[in-house]
Design a protein around this ligand. Structure first.
Ligand code: ZN
Length: 660
């Protein structure tokens, strides 16, 4: 979200100012104007027919997926950093009182509540500050459903069920369709193109929460509520001309298309997908379907959810235009617009042309919004299902280990808004009940579903894509797998099979792209004479017997990634881990860490050293430190300790360095 309660209109202006400074024409992407001085026939090409020019028609045709993720109910996390993050998040979700989560909905429906209102973006006050109120409650429903599926925790399901029932009461009081914590008058403002923050963005969160409570927690009332809301949104959008609706779509609307397509997939009622089609922002999709990057000037997290919707539209219709939108977008964002952590966005926008990341990084401190990482992982998961191409998991692992694992505050469960990559930055976190940023919402979802992509399956067998301590129960096959690992602290994993009778299948182990220092695999203690290529799979096919175990060694090494537009600006990695230089805690206070969306590093700049590389191999000047995953530079004017970015809290750090 570009506009915070704390930053309000100011932030919108700041986003516009950043764009102006970076040379982008305006906050809304315009198609490149044709030069009238050049007659059409002299350009030598036929004018392009935009792929989405005609009105959309929907016909259901499901595309078979190449691979499927296991349901979260079949995977449980075991002790380790991911399980810790899950528990800290569950603690935060438990501490938030349900009565406070539903309070604004009751008030809006004219029903009583004595609960204390929440603060931050959930505040119930006139004016812009609380114009997204209710959004977090939607995220909370998704998170409760995900957490229940991940852990089987009945209390969190009961809390989700309570919220659904209270919101259903509000919906009935409001007529059975519309449901929100704010009045329909805000949609009149949207319709009249008068200032209003993002009402469909908020409604999408509530709809997605209801969908997840139905699908993952079996709550049938949530489906009824959702169908009422979908009916309302369908009628509202159908009453607009296509041209006017396209204009309305210039206001952020989350994943309205996605949730309506999901509803069609779950109910086999095409009505919802037809409503979803009305949330297709054509001027954003047209260049993507033609494989052109016209992303500069766009607000990032407004658009990623729309692309997730495009992927789902392809899955249920086979319309390749939507496939191409998602495929090209993912390729472009991950290869040309992402930092070394896998994070994307700056000041919430894409401010420059592709591959200008060093230039972009200088434009603000508010890099890499966490919602963007969350949504890019969701998109990655969908695209992987089309091809089983392991490169998707190279990106997934990079982002998960560097941008998600390290952005939840140990024990408190507070999460970040931006993961700043400005040299000298520090991590900042939400308050307990006075923030409720967009990223607080995607945060409670993220850390409720850390088990969701570790294992995948197809007809031939199993894929192991992530090295996370966990247990898989493939009950349909009578096959259980226990992954015992301290990865990444130790660069290996062990997979132990439990079966009642032998199960014949292929087990595909992902060999990460960073694993270029060799590696080895043992079956039942005996080294095998095979290994996979980095960026591929190692396939072990056999009749798996009870007690069979596989040990995989993936030695890590130091390597460098340079900025595409400034080769002297470099980041250091060890295996999949981005290393951060520890710049100390001098000057940092609690108030600077808890509450602000971004670190005030411009007001309190750090002394960030530059480095001289002693050779091409970073191991020539970066030496192992005194504990696992810690390193120390050597021979520099000022030597520093480097540790994984995901382990730094309450300290200032730098990820990018000037290296000569
Ligand atoms: Zn966010």
């Amino acid at each position: 979200m570009s506009k915070t309660k704390l930053r309000g209109d100011l932030s919108r202006r700041r986003f516009a100012a950043l764009l102006a400074a970076s040379g982008a024409a305006s906050a809304q992407q315009q198609p490149a104007p044709q030069n009238p001085a050049i007659p059409e026939q002299r350009r030598g090409t036929l004018p392009e027919i935009p792929p989405f020019q005609e009105p959309l028609t929907f016909a259901r045709k499901d595309v078979p997926l190449r691979v499927h993720p296991f349901p979260m109910t079949q995977i449980r996390l075991l002790a380790g950093p991911f399980k810790d993050a899950q528990e800290w998040n569950l603690g935060y979700m438990q501490r938030l009182p349900a009565a406070r989560l539903v309070r604004n909905f009751l008030m809006n429906a004219g029903l009583p509540s004595s609960a204390q209102p929440l603060g931050g973006w959930e505040q119930d006050t006139p004016g812009r500050a609380g114009e997204l109120r209710g959004h977090f409650t939607g995220h909370y429903l998704s998170a409760a459903a995900l957490m229940y599926a991940s852990t089987g925790d009945k209390d969190i399901k009961a809390k989700g069920d309570f919220v659904v029932a209270e919101l259903a009461k509000c919906q009935q009081k409001l007529g059975g369709g519309y449901l929100s914590a704010f009045p329909t008058e805000w949609f009149d403002r949207l319709d009249a193109r008068k200032p209003v923050w993002a009402p469909f963005y908020t409604v999408h969160k509530i709809m997605a929460g209801m969908f997840d409570m139905y699908q993952l927690a079996g709550n049938k009332q949530a489906l009824q509520v959702l169908e009422g809301m979908a009916d309302w949104a369908g009628q509202w959008s159908a009453s607009k001309s296509e041209e006017h609706m396209q204009d309305i779509l210039n206001t952020e609307y989350g994943g309205m298309n996605e949730v309506l397509y999901n509803l069609t997939a779950a109910t086999n009622d095409d009505r919802w997908a037809k409503a979803g089609d009305r949330f297709t922002k054509k001027r954003f999709f047209n260049p993507l379907a033609s494989r052109r990057d016209e992303l500069r000037g766009l607000h990032v997290n407004t658009h990623i959810p729309q692309v997730i919707g495009a992927a789902q539209r392809y899955d249920i219709s086979g319309d390749v235009r939507f496939h191409d939108v998602a495929d090209f977008f993912w390729y472009e964002v991950t290869s040309a617009r992402s930092y070394v952590t896998g994070g994307t966005s700056n000041g919430e926008g894409w401010l420059t042309q592709p591959r200008q990341l060093a230039a972009e990084l200088k434009r603000s401190v508010s890099t890499a919004e966490c919602c963007c990482a969350y949504n890019m992982l969701k998109l990655t998961r969908r695209l992987y299902a089309w091809t089983a191409d392991p490169r998707y998991f190279d990106y997934y692992e990079r982002t998960l280990f560097n941008h998600r694992l390290g952005t939840i505050l140990p024990r408190s469960g507070a999460t970040q808004y931006y993961l700043s990559l400005t040299p000298g930055a520090w991590k900042t976190f939400n308050t307990e009940d006075q923030s409720f940023w967009c990223c607080t919402g995607t945060g409670v979802e993220e850390y409720s579903k850390l088990n969701d992509s570790i294992y995948w399956r197809d007809e031939e067998g199993l894929y192991v894509n992530l090295f996370i301590a966990s247990e898989l129960n493939w009950s349909e096959k009578g096959f259980r797998l226990r992954q015992e690992t301290n990865f990444p602290e130790q660069p290996n994993t062990k997979l132990v099979v439990s079966v009642d009778k032998p199960v014949h299948m292929a087990m595909r182990l992902r060999i990460p792209e960073w694993a270029t220092s060799g590696g080895s695999v043992k079956l039942n203690g005996k080294p095998l004479d095979v290994f996979g290529s980095p960026g591929g799979y190692l396939t072990l096919a056999r009749a798996w017997k009870n007690g069979d175990h596989v040990e995989l060694e993936l030695p890590m090494h130091l390597h460098i990634e340079v900025m595409p537009d400034d080769p002297k600006m470099q980041a250091v990695l060890y295996g999949p881990l981005v290393l951060a230089g520890d710049l100390g805690a001098s000057g940092l206070t609690e108030q600077m860490i808890v509450g602000p969306t971004t670190p005030a590093v411009r007001r309190l700049p750090a002394d960030v050293p530059t480095f001289r590389a002693a050779g091409l191999d970073p191991a020539s000047w970066i030496k192992p430190g005194d504990k696992p995953l810690a390193f120390r530079t050597s021979g520099q004017q000022k030597d520093l300790t480097l540790v994984p970015l995901n382990s730094i809290f309450d300290r200032r750090y730098s990820v990018y360095w000037q290296v000569s």
